[in-house]
Design a protein around this ligand. Structure first.
Ligand SMILES: Nc1nc2c(ncn2[C@@H]2O[C@H](COP(=O)(O)OP(=O)(O)OP(=O)(O)O)[C@@H](O)[C@H]2O)c(=O)[nH]1
Ligand SMILES: [Mg+2]
Length: 312
């Protein structure tokens, strides 16, 4: 892994290109407010066909994004960043802090649904932790993605949710279910992330593969890894070190590189918004919404062919 320690050099052209994830327009766009607005509009206006091939019936995607990852990875900070971009001002709705022990988030909380991008819901969870019985309880994973857990559920260390819990939702609908999972990893800890975490994440990924639910990976705190990204977030796709870490994360988690998004979250200082910070976050969010839409469109077709399976 010595390549991960090499000096951070800046490329003349971005390493992410139109061939890998970006469209032609992305590759040509100036990183300005107009581009940030265009990305918001593409996210907000993304439609899927819930009719048939012959009688199309378009519906706006409501993306239900489940955010998972190690404690302190920046999950809640990502949610606050998205909510801030959507509302046009800095918000700190989800609890996010530099907390030495345990996980700051202890409850399952659902955010979103208004502002510039009003078609996404972000589902915040407690962080994964090394010790069993702490943080995210993986027994809750399947009930969560199947939409059986209501907003506000306090995670229990010793047991997963069961049907007698007040936050248990017996009959979930398509609107309650998760349609894309977002794994969040702090890029500055990627190299030292223990096998315990990698295995926990891999186990969750296997469930998603079985269910056909799409997943993406966010690499947060790129400002800590690259001085170029720290100086100007627009350099995130020009930093050779970040490029290498994206490749490394791809092999560590078995995820295609174009599904891995390096970002810098808005931090604890209350400064305003900056489109150079917004753009990598919006590029990631756009892919999540597209993936959620593809999955939903597919689900609608499956439900149509088996009408008795509309609830779960
Ligand atoms: N420099 C930097 N700090 C970040 C970034 N993202 C998050 N942080 C900081 O990292 C710390 C942890 O962030 P949280 O958002 O609370 O992390 P979390 O994954 O929600 O943590 P738990 O809820 O405890 O699992 C906070 O102090 C954040 O301000 C980033 O991109 N860059
Ligand atoms: Mg949190």
């Amino acid at each position: 892994m010595s390549f991960l320690r090499r000096k951070d050099k800046k490329r003349k052209t971005p390493w992410r290109t139109a061939e890998s994830q970006w469209d032609e327009q992305d590759a040509k766009s100036q990183w300005d407010e107009q581009y940030s607005r265009r990305l918001c509009a593409e996210i907000r206006e993304f439609n899927i066909n819930i009719g048939t091939r012959d009688r199309r019936e378009m519906e706006r995607v409501m993306a239900n994004l489940l955010v998972l990852g190690p404690a302190k990875a920046g999950k809640s900070a990502f949610i606050n960043s998205v909510l801030s971009i959507s509302s046009g001002r800095r918000l700190r709705t989800a609890d996010s802090a530099d907390y030495e022990f345990g996980t700051v988030t202890t409850k399952y909380s659902i955010y979103g649904g208004d502002g510039e991008v009003d078609n996404i819901q972000l589902h915040d969870t407690p962080g994964l932790m090394e010790q069993e019985g702490q943080g995210f309880n993986s027994e809750n994973f399947i009930p969560l993605i199947d939409g059986h857990i209501e907003d506000g559920y306090e995670f229990q260390r010793e047991r997963g949710i069961n049907e007698s819990d007040p936050n248990y939702r017996p009959n979930s609908t398509r609107r309650d279910k998760i349609n894309c999972v977002v794994f969040v990893v702090d890029v500055s800890t990627l190299k030292t992330l223990t096998d315990n975490y990698t295995q926990q994440i891999r186990a969750l990924q296997n469930v998603l593969v079985d269910k056909g639910i799409p997943q993406v990976l966010l690499l947060t705190k790129c400002d800590k890894l690259s001085k170029h990204a720290r100086k100007n977030t627009a350099n995130i796709f020009r930093s050779k070190r970040i490029e290498k870490y994206v490749k490394y994360a791809g092999s560590k988690f078995g995820i295609q590189q174009s599904y891995i998004h390096p970002i810098v979250n808005y931090g604890e200082n209350p400064d305003g918004l900056d489109e150079k910070v917004n753009i990598p976050i919006l590029l990631a969010l756009r892919q999540m919404v597209y993936f959620a839409g593809d999955y939903l469109e597919n689900q609608v077709q499956v439900e149509r062919s088996t009408p008795e399976n509309t609830t779960g």
